[in-house]
Design a protein around this ligand. Structure first.
Ligand code: MTE
Ligand code: CO
Length: 423
């Protein structure tokens, strides 16, 4: 088993020499490093004709060479694509922002097409003035921009039983991270003269057939929830709740009600289907853990990973991944190459935002030996992401949701990675 080493200065010099020699492949492919490259020394085809005109792509799409960077579903997971999920291709992305076009979708009764003109949001219940807002009404309130992750409580759920799905897209891809533009929910509640005492709740529901109703404690509602209408600068996509969705930062994705239709102020939780028989963890003794809203700190290596094998030989290698916490900022991420025996602190791509994905990198030198790759996140509260066995000890074997355990990839000497468990 290989322990992770820091790259030496010499290794970097070797790497840059490879670039200077024009290697087509990754920097450290020592055998091919000094081969003259016809793609740089001969006339290149694409210099002999003109390219696409600006009128050809009024709305840009990824270049066809990137056509495998797409959401994928796992057919046997659900009975119908209407009540199903597809997964974000985490292995193929970098940075932290998820483009809407490849951000996972999770619907209980399909994605609906709702025109802005037909959109209405009702606020009723314990309020002075029950109100109905149009889309244009919402746009007239002061708005804010925030980047947040949205993680389905079922993310990594298949992995409780053992290492199941061979790819980070499938094990961890029920998450996306976008910059939302929206109106703080508290402003709309104030407009309706809602009572906002701490012991009150609101019940939020969507306009789709499932309605996906959820009870949210008032303290959270007036803290940082957003009534959002833009993501990454543009209108929400249909599948993410166009024209308006609720953003509930750091809390399980199911509470992020799409096509938000109604908010009722109530004095007790409704205990709807989505918060009782679903999205609830049942312990070994059959007792259910009531209300698990916050998504605990979690991380995963996105590269190398089963869908992202190492294509170069021994030498400089970038290990990269994502970390997040529903409790706030990521303070530190550690990476192990020996299944959690030794750890090294990774470098953060940039200081993490609160309740948002944080990118980490470990710039290392691979000696070509197999590795058991793991990452563990530590958030600003000091919470440390647990090993799988530890989590199982606490939650038992009936668990489905809220699996934030440490993930292991076995990297073999050919550079191929596989989903495994260590204990
Ligand atoms: N809201 C409505 N109205 N209908 C739904 O089916 N699915 C929920 C939530 N909000 C859902 C909904 C679930 S389980 C999750 S994880 C998130 O939306 C997923 O959001 P996304 O499809 O934008 O990824
Ligand atoms: Co969900």
């Amino acid at each position: 088993m290989s322990v992770i080493k820091q790259p030496s200065r010499r290794a970097f010099l070797r790497g840059s020499a490879a670039v200077a020699a024009g290697a087509a492949g990754p920097v450290a492919a020592a055998d091919s490093a000094r081969r003259p490259d016809p793609l740089i020394t001969e006339l290149q085809d694409w210099t002999s004709y003109t390219g696409a005109g600006v009128d050809e792509t009024p709305y840009g799409l990824p270049i066809p060479f990137e056509s495998d960077v797409i959401r994928r579903n796992v057919e046997w997971l659900t009975a119908s694509p209407i009540a199903s999920v597809n997964f974000t291709p985490l292995h193929a992305l970098d940075g932290t922002i998820t483009p809407q076009g490849c951000a996972f979708e999770r619907h209980h009764s399909g994605a609906i097409m709702l025109r802005k003109e037909d959109y209405r949001l009702m606020i009723n219940g314990l309020v002075d003035r029950p109100l109905v807002f149009t889309y244009e009404d919402i746009e007239r309130f002061p708005r804010e921009n925030h980047v947040y992750f949205c993680e389905c409580a079922a993310n990594t759920g298949m992995e409780w039983a053992g290492a199941q799905l061979n790819g980070v897209q499938f094990t961890h891809g029920m998450i996306h991270n976008m910059e939302y533009t929206g109106v703080p929910l508290r402003l709309l509640l104030r407009e309706a003269g809602a009572r906002t005492d701490d012991n009150l709740w609101l019940y939020a529901e969507g306009a789709d057939a499932s309605s996906n109703g959820r009870s949210i404690p008032m303290a959270k509602a007036v803290d940082d929830c957003l009534v959002a209408f833009k993501a990454n600068g543009e209108a929400l996509r249909m599948e993410h709740g166009y024209p308006v969705r609720l953003v509930v930062p750091g809390w399980e994705g199911n509470m992020w009600v799409k096509w938000l239709r109604r908010i009722e102020i109530v004095d007790t939780a409704v205990e709807s289907r989505e918060e009782t028989s679903k999205y609830t963890d049942v312990y070994e003794d059959g007792i259910a853990r009531k209300w698990t809203w916050v998504m605990d700190a979690k991380s995963v290596i996105t590269s190398p990973s089963p869908q992202r094998p190492v294509r170069h030989g021994p030498g400089p290698m970038v290990i990269s991944g994502l970390a997040w916490s529903g409790h706030g900022r990521i303070a530190r991420v550690d990476v192990s190459g020996d299944g959690g025996i030794t750890w090294q602190t990774a470098r953060l791509g940039k200081q993490g935002d609160t309740k948002a994905l944080t990118r980490f990198y470990l710039d290392t030198v691979w000696d070509g030996a197999p590795m058991l790759l793991q990452a563990r996140a530590i958030d600003e509260t000091g919470y440390v992401q647990p090993a799988k066995d530890r989590l199982r000890e606490k939650r038992g074997k009936n668990a489905v949701y809220h699996n934030n355990c440490i993930q292991t990839w076995y990297l073999n000497s050919d550079g191929l990675a596989e989903n495994v468990e260590v204990s």
